[in-house]
Design a protein around this ligand. Structure first.
Ligand code: NAP
Length: 329
């Protein structure tokens, strides 16, 4: 089968589009014939070989997320069958042969039924982004109905799904994006207000929207840029959840004291098993009921994985980046 293979850590060009051996499922594993793979920023971090959460053994095929149809089943798998439409969320799987491939083998627990109303491309956009959004909003921030939440970085894979979930929970939702196209997607996902995180007056705007009270919850996708200003606009007793961070910054911790604000970190890699399972259950229900509808931005071919890694870290977001996967027959 065709797959992306990485034989040395480094820049995006270490990802080679190659013929590799098709993997077979062991007991309690399944094989999925993939039609799409989700591209996540953490795929790019893993590729450098310096990511604090995970360093794979070389050679490896990247990718934790994807969607397709089950084409082989290991012994003992009862809840899935050959032919099922599924999405793969393999971040915490014991075995994951990588979703940047025509086929992936992973634990059957990492594979979930995809409703007919959700395309394979949309299914590949779930996995890490949907689980991270759910965990940040409900397990870490404990968002309640009637609260006001700011999704800081709402136009990307995590942010748009966070907007959809937060809106469904009865919160007032403010989402940020830096382009007109991104802002339109945030609005279409249900945000009550959309602002530009790069605008000089964005803090005044946020305070005006909340009648100067500030935000109960902030889901922060770029903490090294925004944590100091988040502390200026968080409400008393508010919660800031750091989902994304790419550097350091200096803050005055007194700002957190004055408001008794909580600064909470989250990393899906650390999710306790029972919370991870509960998140998947909730995501399944959100899909069935139409609450969640992933929005695809960039759709590239499997052979364009290197381009996808460059774009995911550098280009303005307009939904989720995925790789479409073709098969000869
Ligand atoms: N903690 C976890 O478990 C976990 C899980 C998944 C992802 N993450 C991290 O969360 C972040 C978002 O992931 P993603 O998959 O949504 O990435 P993505 O699709 O590339 O989206 C990036 C988002 O960040 C926004 N952004 C860019 N500059 C910003 C700024 N100065 N202030 C606020 N937002 C800004 C982008 O908005 P514009 O392009 O419109 O400017 C876009 O909405 C990444 O850093 C990723 O590594 C963490």
């Amino acid at each position: 089968m065709k797959a992306i293979q990485v034989s040395e850590f480094g820049e995006p060009n270490v990802m080679k589009f190659k013929e590799v051996e098709e993997p077979n499922p062991a007991p309690y594993e399944v094989r999925v014939r993939l039609l799409a793979a989700g591209v996540n920023p953490n795929d790019a971090y893993v590729r450098t070989g310096t990511y604090s959460f995970y360093i794979p053994e070389l050679p490896y095929t990247p990718g934790f997320d994807g969607a397709g149809v089950i084409d082989a089943i290991g012994e003992g798998v009862k809840h899935l069958k050959i032919g099922d439409r599924v999405f793969v969320a393999a971040l915490l799987a014991k075995r994951n042969t990588g979703t940047y491939a025509q086929k992936v083998v992973c634990d059957s627990d990492a594979v979930h039924r995809l409703p007919d109303s959700i395309s394979f491309q949309e299914g590949a956009a779930l996995g890490i982004p949907a689980l991270a959004a759910y965990r940040a909003l409900f397990h870490r921030a404990r968002l309640r109905s009637g609260e006001t939440v700011l999704i800081q970085g709402a136009s990307g894979g995590v942010g748009l799904l966070a907007v959809q979930m937060a809106k469904n929970s009865g919160a007032t939702v403010i989402g940020t994006a830096s382009t007109d196209e991104g802002q339109a997607l945030v609005k279409a996902s249900g945000a009550d207000h959309v602002i530009n995180h790069l605008a000089n007056d964005s803090l005044d705007h946020l305070l005006a929207i909340t009648n100067e009270r500030g935000l109960d919850v902030i889901i922060e996708c770029l903490a090294n840029e925004n944590l100091e200003s988040d502390l200026k606009v968080i409400a008393p007793y508010g919660r800031i959840v750091i989902v994304g961070n790419r550097g350091s910054l200096e803050i005055n911790p007194r700002m957190a004291m004055i408001k008794e604000a909580d600064i909470l970190g989250t990393a899906l890699w650390n999710a306790p098993a029972h919370e991870y399972k509960e998140s998947l259950h909730a995501i399944g229900a959100f899909l069935e009921s139409g609450v969640l509808r992933p929005i695809i931005g960039e759709e590239l071919g499997l052979e364009d994985a290197a381009k996808a890694h460059i774009e995911i870290l550098n280009k303005k977001a307009r939904g989720k980046t995925i790789l479409s996967i073709k098969h000869e027959s």
